[in-house]
Write a protein that binds this ligand. Structure first.
Ligand code: GLU
Length: 285
């Protein structure tokens, strides 16, 4: 059975681009007689707000989407993420990282001139691997001293254990997973027992999602999600990375574009059908 999902983060109001993504996921499930699930990605407890979550449910209901209950709220599943992280650690594929952002910046600057890889494909900074080679005794001493640390995946070791990997992409066909350019991604942040990559990978499997419908901006992240699926022994999904709605400059919508939030469109008296037609006819790329 086809199972799709929409997985917003409650850090602001949904805009037309979100409505478009949610609607496509819902429609795919509906057309196939499948299931449509909703997941609130609220691991960033500092930025997420209950009022945004309530507004998301309200806006999606207004749009006419129906989803199964209960809604999965990631902040209620930290124990499950911790357990998965332990399993990765037991396989020797994760290490504690004590670096601050400033440390990482300094390290990269110091290495300038020396050959180093491209930035993280999602536009972030690629971690130079500083803490990967810390001696076990030093790790232990720093943990005991109370230094804050994140957990990172030893991506090269994970790739070596997993062997060649690929995923099925509706648009791109079979894509060979190449997680190396991401470097050692964070599995658990200093302040949160998971990261986006770990939680999204675990929850797609936990919820039994078979088709992840999401924007093209997350295409690159799928390389790392595929690797994590292999490391955790989770089934591979099919992905549909749909085009994004673009603003006048050809850039994708941001939450700051208040004029195109579903709230505002509703207040302007637009109907759900008009909103979907608006998204369908919008500039996409
Ligand atoms: N929570 C992510 C976002 O709001 C989406 C995660 C996903 O679809 O994989 O961008």
């Amino acid at each position: 059975m086809l199972v799709t999902r929409f997985a917003p983060s409650p850090t602001g109001h949904l805009h037309l681009g979100h409505a478009w993504s949610a609607w496509q996921a819902w429609r795919r499930a509906r057309d196939a007689g499948g299931r449509f699930l909703l997941r609130i990605e609220d691991i960033d407890t500092g930025r997420c707000r209950p009022e945004y979550e309530a507004a998301i449910l309200d806006d999606l209901g207004w749009l006419g989407l129906e989803w199964e209950r209960p809604v999965l709220r990631q902040s209620e599943h930290f124990a499950r993420y911790r357990a998965a992280l332990s399993a990765i650690r037991e396989r020797g594929l994760a290490y504690p990282c004590f670096c601050t952002r400033a440390d990482i910046r300094r390290e990269i600057e110091a290495a300038a001139g020396a050959p180093h890889g491209p930035p993280d494909p999602t536009g972030g900074v690629r971690y130079p691997g500083t803490c990967r080679s810390l001696a076990p005794a030093e790790r232990q001493a720093r943990i005991e001293r109370g230094d804050a640390y994140a957990w990172r995946l030893d991506t090269a070791a994970a790739m070596a254990q997993s062997g060649a990997l690929a995923w099925q992409d509706e648009d791109a066909g079979e894509v060979t997973a190449d997680p190396a350019p991401f470097g050692d991604v964070v599995l658990a942040r200093k302040d949160t027992p998971t990261s986006y990559h770990l939680a999204v990978t675990l929850d797609d499997a936990w919820q039994g999602v078979t088709l992840a419908v999401r924007g093209k901006d997350l295409f690159a992240a799928t390389h790392i999600h595929r690797l994590l699926q292999a490391v955790l022994g989770l089934p591979a999904l099919i992905y549909c990375h749909h085009p994004l709605l673009l603003d006048a400059e050809g850039k994708r919508f941001a939450k700051r574009d208040r004029s195109l939030t579903l709230r505002t469109l509703r207040e302007q008296g637009r109907s759900p059908a008009e909103v979907i037609a608006m998204a369908e006819g919008w500039r996409q790329g």
